[in-house]
Write a protein that binds this ligand. Structure first.
Ligand code: ZN
Ligand code: ZN
Length: 260
């Protein structure tokens, strides 16, 4: 059975320390599933001033190996599939210029915006774990809006990641979702429905977010967030996910405009 997706722009490699498989395995299973465009977007290396070492992204010293490996696959499989090489990146206001400065020396095709930590990874909270402090939610929103407005990103990944469980979550979360949807609409930036979160029964993606996105009129793109090559050819679950998303009434797009 072939995949209901034409394109997937959210693919990891084991350099991020929590994905499995060889780079080529992701390509082979994407081809087997009939996917036409495969974008790698591993967790970006993030140059910061301190000596903090991240446990969930490649080190700066692995940047060259990452781009070299995916560039070689681009060429090797050019007749069977279109491959892009990008990164999944947080908008950390303090460090973002350093990131751009690092990536300018590499053939980075696109960046997807994905804020996981507030205020940053070294000093902050992972917002996908339950938290009750509304200030963290406010800061997630602030940094996400700044990322949206930066104009540097191709789409916003798992916009509904924050696992806020304060007593007023029923009010604060929909308010957050609406503000994000309106900002993305204004910036013409698609929002992602995250397949990993859905098959893993995480707190995201939420029906509420995508009902709001449907009302605001956002473009919604499915990102497999593949941390294992078999995400690419899990076509049965992919189809169920498309049906789930269609039920929310969203305008689903299947590819990104503007990539070379
Ligand atoms: Zn990851
Ligand atoms: Zn990801």
């Amino acid at each position: 059975m072939s995949s209901p997706l034409t394109c997937n722009y959210h693919t990891h490699t084991r350099r991020c320390k929590h994905a499995t498989g060889e780079d080529a395995d992701y390509v082979k299973l994407a081809i087997e599933a009939g996917i036409k465009v495969l974008g790698f977007s591993d967790h970006t290396p993030y140059p910061i001033e301190s000596d903090f070492t991240s446990g969930m992204r490649m080190g700066v010293e692995e940047t060259k190996n990452y781009f070299d490996s995916i560039t070689a696959l681009k060429e090797k499989y050019a007749r069977k599939i279109k491959i892009y090489c990008g990164v999944e990146a947080e908008y950390f206001p303090e460090h973002f210029d350093r990131l751009l400065n690092l990536l300018k020396d590499y053939p980075c095709d696109y960046m997807i915006l994905a804020n996981h930590f507030v205020p940053d990874e070294e000093n902050g909270t992972y917002v996908g774990a339950p938290f009750k402090d509304p200030e963290i939610l406010d800061l997630y929103l602030k940094n996400t809006l700044a990322g949206i407005e930066s104009g540097k990103f191709a789409y916003l990944a798992h916009p509904d990641l924050p696992n806020y469980v304060g007593l007023d979550a029923n009010k604060r979360l929909p308010d957050l979702y609406r503000t994000i949807c309106e900002a993305c609409k204004e910036a013409n930036l698609p929002v992602e429905a995250n397949f990993l979160g859905w098959i893993d029964h995480r707190n995201y993606p939420t029906e509420k977010f995508f009902k709001i996105a449907a009302g605001v009129g956002n473009d919604v793109i499915i990102g497999l967030d593949a941390h294992n090559p078999h995400f690419l050819n899990d076509t049965i679950m992919q189809k169920q996910f498309v049906r789930w998303l269609e039920k929310q009434g969203c305008h689903i797009i299947d590819h990104l405009e503007g990539l070379e």
